[in-house]
Write a protein of this length. Structure first.
Length: 261
């Protein structure tokens, strides 16, 4: 198993906590609103074949909250600087939920250093007549239960002991999500019209039982990103990479194998 390192890097005047393991083509994983406090099984499996890089966004977790952080677009520009600062090339950019929104915003700005893009249950656009779950109205327990189709995953999380530091980070993450996604709710009304600019191979992954971002959003993203591919995960909620980790790793690995030069 590849050894995981955790370091604090300074990019764009912001200290950012980064977990990293493995060797090979770089996979940059952008987490959702819950943050990235732990090295998850899918990350460990991918690190057997790839250089897996998992930063905590500015404003989240152990990372600093910079004065310049106002919008998701700010994070998109930050990660363009992050990629340049680390000297990464041929990046396979993977974003989940809010991280998918950041990834999409990044890709419409520049795909120069990207080899591919993968969006997992991404927010960022609005589909008329299809209402997202309102996580701002849900309790922590409700959010956790609504993330999964199989209740056993939520039960494991809800019964885990929580340190004071972890509780503080949860609050910090919630405040950052509210600042970035409160109004309009978890989307940029201008993003959809620019998704056609994404010119790298794109994989869209969605759980068929997603209660936060309904499955109708998957085809909507697919239709807006030229040549993109949609993969539906059966009996799966908002986090296919966690709930269906084995299949997700297989799908992503096969996708990367197809697009690598």
């Amino acid at each position: 198993m590849a050894s995981v390192t955790e370091t604090m890097l300074r990019v764009a005047g912001c200290g950012v906590s980064v977990k990293r393991a493995g060797k090979g083509a770089p996979i940059l994983f952008l987490h959702g609103g819950g943050g990235a406090p732990r090295w998850l099984p899918f990350m460990a499996t991918l690190a057997e074949r790839f250089d897996v890089i998992v930063p905590e966004h500015p404003g989240f977790g152990k990372s600093d909250t910079p004065e310049w952080l106002d919008t998701i677009g700010d994070l998109a520009f930050f990660y363009l600087d992050f990629i340049r600062e680390l000297g990464l090339e041929g990046v396979h950019l993977v974003g989940s939920s809010m991280g998918g929104w950041i990834a999409a915003e990044l890709a419409v700005r520049s795909t120069h250093d990207l080899a591919s893009l993968t969006l997992i249950g991404s927010v960022g656009i609005h589909v008329k007549g299809v209402q997202k779950g309102d996580l701002f109205m849900w309790s922590y327990e409700q959010v956790t239960r609504n993330l999964f189709a199989d209740p056993k995953f939520a039960e494991v999380i809800l019964t885990m002991p929580v340190t004071e530091e972890e509780q503080d980070q949860r609050l910090k993450n919630a405040l950052a999500v509210a600042k970035l996604g409160w109004q309009p709710r978890l989307y940029n009304p201008h993003l959809a019209k620019w998704l056609h600019r994404i010119d790298v191979p794109t994989l869209i992954c969605w759980g068929d039982s997603d209660k936060l971002v309904p499955p109708a959003y998957g085809p909507a993203f697919r239709d807006l990103i030229p040549g993109s591919r949609l993969e539906i995960f059966e009996r799966c909620g908002h986090l296919p990479h966690a709930e269906c980790a084995e299949k997700f790793v297989r799908v992503l690995t096969n996708f990367i194998a197809e697009v690598r030069p």
